[in-house]
Design a protein around this ligand. Structure first.
Ligand code: ZN
Length: 226
């Protein structure tokens, strides 16, 4: 058995025998407690130069950061529904049918995590009652070549690392479809811009983006990242 399959299986078995706990604070009984929920603002816009509309659930800190890292890096797949509810609150503010396009993980990272965590989140999000059946998932973006982990890179280095690294794969929505990009964290906006550029090249319209965590570092809602 491959090591990542083994760790995924171990996490699934642990889920069966251990009662759940809050992904934010560890309190037993629920994957996301009321106290952690009360630390979040209402979904807010993050202004990224050259990108139409970005909505974030909260800052990349505290309980939200802990829950994302638990879900993403520590096998807490049981947190996906709670994180999807938080994203749904933001998604419900966007008009029209929502064609959700997950920002793709690097293949090596997805293998290590037992799957693409943003794609999994999108699938749960699309089934959210808050979106009343008006959301679908179109996982059309793929990493076309090897890129470095972007942790520690500045904005210019992140953009250079990602330039030309993505491809659109079939089946795609009809040309001209307005799509909503989804990612877990926005830092410099390099990933969202690279995704948007590739979607535009493929005749899709990246009309908005949803992110769980805003790590841009400026005051919430008034930051401008170039
Ligand atoms: Zn909590």
């Amino acid at each position: 058995m491959l090591p990542d399959m083994k760790s995924s299986l171990a996490a699934a078995l642990l889920d069966l025998v251990l009662p759940t706990s809050c992904g934010g604070c560890g309190e037993p009984g629920t994957p996301w407690c009321i106290r952690c929920d009360s630390t979040l603002p209402a979904p807010y816009p993050v202004r990224l130069t050259g990108f139409p509309q970005v909505l974030a659930v909260g800052r990349y800190r505290g309980p939200l950061r802990a829950a994302l890292l638990g879900y993403k890096e520590r096998g807490r797949r049981d947190l996906a529904p709670a994180l999807a509810v938080l994203l749904a609150d933001a998604a419900a503010r966007l008009p029209g049918p929502l064609v959700l396009v997950p920002a793709p993980s690097r293949p090596a990272a997805a293998r290590a995590r037992g799957g693409d965590h943003v794609l999994r989140l999108c699938r749960v999000l699309a089934r959210s009652p808050a979106l009343a059946g008006r959301a679908s998932v179109a996982p059309v973006l793929r990493a076309a070549r090897r890129t470095r982990d972007s942790v520690g890179l500045d904005a210019a280095a992140r953009a250079a690392n990602l330039a030309g690294s993505l491809r659109t794969t079939e089946p795609t929505p009809p040309p001209g479809t307005r799509v909503v990009l989804v990612d877990d964290v926005v830092t410099t906006g390099a990933t969202l811009r690279a995704c948007a550029a590739e979607l535009t090249r493929s005749d899709l319209r990246p009309g908005a983006a949803l992110v769980l965590c805003d790590a841009t570092g400026g005051p919430a809602g008034i930051v401008a990242v170039s």
